[in-house]
Design a protein around this ligand. Structure first.
Ligand code: ATP
Ligand code: MG
Length: 246
């Protein structure tokens, strides 16, 4: 579905991504873990063309995203939806207007179809329709995160890119969102790339885990493979999970 080959990205001479290569198969859930500042968000932004790498190739179903112009990228973004680290809803718009915004921009639909998609996407993230007329400031942070997921789901993308979907959330909401990613992947065959600090979430639902450090992939493989890793940073991530359990 997506294939990254030799992705490099620097800012003012400082290397952030250093020769990253990996691929994501259709329907797979791939977790990208790493400490703060290792370039995880930069990697996701490159995937939807919000940023361009200095060199390398990102094939989305065979098309190199790096070479596309803005108009062509809009087509990609209909199929490859990104859920940002912060919910980034429009404060002055209601939940309904926030959900309708992208639909109106990306899809030529009538009002009834838009209403239908809004309701369906809210149900998908287990939110009640009661919040449709509320402003983001009137709902909790966890609900805002779910609305931001619903906003992307409504477009019906084939791929979802999640940038820290559970950071800052309580354990119950974290589990619910993790479960949602799993359901979307298995039930709707959506391919997911999830950037996270949370090894526990990765262990629960990932098909593949990639660990980044200082712009390099230092470990990758299935959950079982990564659990056996001897790389010190990966072992630290694992230790955190066992400390949480004990
Ligand atoms: N537009 C930009 N201009 C300059 N530097 C940037 C830009 N975007 C990101 N960086 C730098 O790239 C590095 C990686 O940033 P990135 O946001 O990808 O980190 P991250 O792994 O997502 O961290 P976190 O876990 O804290 O979200 C940081 O040092 C950041 O300052
Ligand atoms: Mg980030």
């Amino acid at each position: 579905m997506i294939k990254y080959t030799n992705i490099k990205k620097s800012f003012s001479g400082r290397t952030v991504l250093n020769d990253i290569s990996f691929s994501v198969a259709e329907g797979e859930i791939v977790f990208i873990l790493g400490t703060s500042g290792t370039g995880k968000s930069v990697l996701l932004k490159n995937t939807v063309g919000l940023m361009k790498p200095d060199s390398g190739e990102i094939l989305f179903q065979g098309t190199d995203i790096v070479q596309l112009n803005e108009e062509q990228l809009l087509e990609i973004r209909k199929q490859c939806g990104m859920i940002f680290q912060h919910p980034a809803l429009f404060d002055s718009l209601t939940v309904r207007e926030n959900l309708a915004f992208g639909l109106k921009r990306l899809k030529k639909l009538n009002d009834d179809d838009i209403e239908q998609l809004i309701k369906q996407s809210l149900e998908d993230v287990n939110l009640s329709l009661d919040i449709l007329e509320k402003k983001p400031s009137e709902i909790s942070y966890g609900m805002q995160k779910r609305v931001s997921i619903a906003r992307t789901l409504a477009i019906h993308p084939q791929v979802l890119l999640f940038d820290e979907p559970t950071t800052g959330l309580d354990p119950v909401t974290t589990t619910a969102i993790n479960q949602l990613i799993y359901t979307l992947s298995r039930k709707h065959k959506i391919t997911s790339i999830v950037v996270s600090h949370d090894m526990g979430c990765a262990i629960d639902i990932a098909d593949k885990i990639i660990v980044l450090d200082k712009g390099n992939i230092i470990e990758q493989g299935s959950v079982t493979e990564v659990q056996k890793s001897q790389v010190p940073l990966v072992k630290d991530f694992m230790l955190e999970v066992s400390n949480d359990i004990s």
